[in-house]
Ligand binder design. Structure first.
Ligand code: ADP
Length: 469
């Protein structure tokens, strides 16, 4: 198992945090209990010594002294009584303080002065430790001596020891609970990451159908869904690329086959007349032009998709641009007996775009309309829409486009009917270029169509408001 795993790091951090909180907390609880027991013991012996001192009027009364010695045994405490010189007159059983000996004068003086004393005492003979509360005994106002009540620290220590044991046991219990808990939490948190790692590795090896099955509605869920989107996008990109290469080879092969075939006929002299020879030369010329057009279109489209296509932005009068195009193309329409109309609103504002590219958009759309219309008319309408947008509509009464094809006609090489398009000389790139050019000029393009009735393309371009910066 690698120590670098996220479960270990996460689990370790949670445990560390737990210990950082638990250890000082345990220490504080221990201190609180210790303080509590000592204060309790001191307060109890303080009460006792006060009561005893109040009760005794003369430390010389033998009977009273014996009674107090016995009383001490009953209350599980020890006591000794001194006279005003510090001489011990009564002792309930503390080996280091025998009757007849004296305690130090400093303690006696302190007692006489302060009337009470609280201190700790370690017996030199039994080595037992006590907390001691001493009270002065007064007869009227004269200092007679003192009563000292002692409580063994061993008992307090034992109670504290029990509490400590309980604290340590519950601490260990809590620690193991925390270990289990952190393991489960870290495992649960890291599992989706491991799944995502495996999935991305598979995706990077080309298994683009891989999906991460994580549904959580949080950052991890969002990351999983982003990985899924990425694999879909990559798959689409790969399929597109394959399709693109298949299409491009096909598109290049057809004119090249023509070129090769007719060039061979000419080389071998396989023609009957000069007229036939000229016919072959014309075909070679047409196919060469088609090839050059295809390569130019492809090259421009690639540049547009990579964002390397340069546009010369300027103030463009779209009506003028439309008139230019119509004058160039009107002949093609009349040759097919089609009417070509241009209708434009008066005083249309300019758009900010590339004039030549806008003309190219008009040419591509109008040529298509002429190509795919056998009778009726083709109309180019330009008007203002709300929100400072100019609407350019190219409509025809042609063969139309089936509903299910509409979403794909702007894709490269997509043709509704493959054979007919080639007869018209189209490369299948015209609409893809139109869409890119419109988008590069911050516009949008839409299409509606009815099979057998006609097609309508609508382009929206933002017009210039006020002065250009
Ligand atoms: P092409 O060079 O094949 O015309 P385009 O990208 O210009 O390529 O158009 C893509 C396809 O959309 C065409 O093959 C044709 O089937 C369809 N199409 C485009 N314009 C029209 C139109 N005005 N009427 C009918 N179909 C159209």
């Amino acid at each position: 198992m690698s120590w670098n795993r996220i479960e270990i790091k996460l689990g370790g951090s949670i445990l560390m945090l737990f210990l950082v909180v638990l250890l000082p907390l345990g220490f504080v609880i221990d201190q609180i209990f210790t303080g509590f027991y000592y204060t309790q013991a001191k307060s109890e012996i303080g009460h006792l010594s006060t009561r005893y001192a109040n009760y005794i009027h003369s430390v010389e009364d033998e009977e009273i002294l014996t009674m107090f010695e016995q009383l001490a045994n009953l209350t599980h405490t020890e006591l000794y009584i001194i006279n005003k010189n510090g001489e011990i007159l009564a002792n309930s059983g503390i080996p280091g303080l025998p009757k007849g000996t004296s305690i130090d004068q400093e303690t006696v003086e302190a007692l006489a002065l302060n009337h009470s004393l609280t201190e700790e005492y370690e017996d030199p003979v039994s080595h037992q430790r006590f907390v001691v509360s001493g009270k002065a005994v007064f007869s009227n106002i004269s200092f007679e001596g003192g009563v000292f009540v002692l409580s063994s620290v061993a008992e307090i220590d034992q109670s504290i020891y029990k509490i400590r044991q309980l604290l340590i046991l519950s601490g260990i219990g809590a620690f193991f609970l925390a270990v289990g808990f952190t393991f489960i939490v870290s495992w649960k948190l890291s599992q989706p990451l491991v799944k995502m790692e495996n999935a991305t590795r598979k995706i990077s090896k080309g298994e683009l159908d891989t999906k991460v099955n994580i549904q959580s509605n949080d950052e991890i869920g969002f990351l999983a869904s982003a990985i899924n989107d990425l694999s879909v996008e990559l798959k689409r990109y790969r399929d597109n690329r394959q399709e693109f290469f298949a299409n491009i080879s096909h598109e290049l092969r057809t004119p090249i086959t023509y070129l090769d075939g007719y060039a061979n006929l000419l080389k071998e002299g396989l023609y009957q007349s000069e007229e036939e020879k000229q016919q072959y030369v014309t075909i070679i010329q047409q196919e060469s032009k088609r090839l050059i057009q295809l390569i130019n279109d492809l090259f421009n489209l690639a540049k547009m998709e990579e964002g390397r296509f340069e546009l010369n932005f300027e103030e463009v009068n779209i009506v003028e641009a439309a008139e230019n195009v119509v004058s160039k193309i009107v002949l093609k329409a009349t040759q097919k007996n089609l009417s070509l109309y241009l209708e434009a609103e008066d005083d249309l504002p300019s758009v900010y775009g590339d004039g030549l590219r806008i003309e190219q958009v008009f040419i591509n759309l109008l040529e298509n309309s002429i190509h795919y219309t056998e009778q009726g008319f083709i109309r180019l309408r330009i008007s203002m829409k709300a929100n400072d947008t100019a609407a350019i509509i190219v409509e025809d009464t042609g063969i139309g486009i089936p509903e299910e094809e509409l979403s794909q006609i702007f894709e490269r090489f997509h043709r509704v009917e493959k054979s007919r398009s080639r007869n018209h000389g189209g490369s299948g790139l015209g609409l893809a270029i139109v869409k890119k050019l419109v988008e590069l000029q911050k516009g949008e393009i839409r299409v509606t169509s009815k099979v057998g009735k006609g097609t309508r393309f609508e382009i929206l371009l933002p017009v210039i408001k006020g002065e250009i910066q």
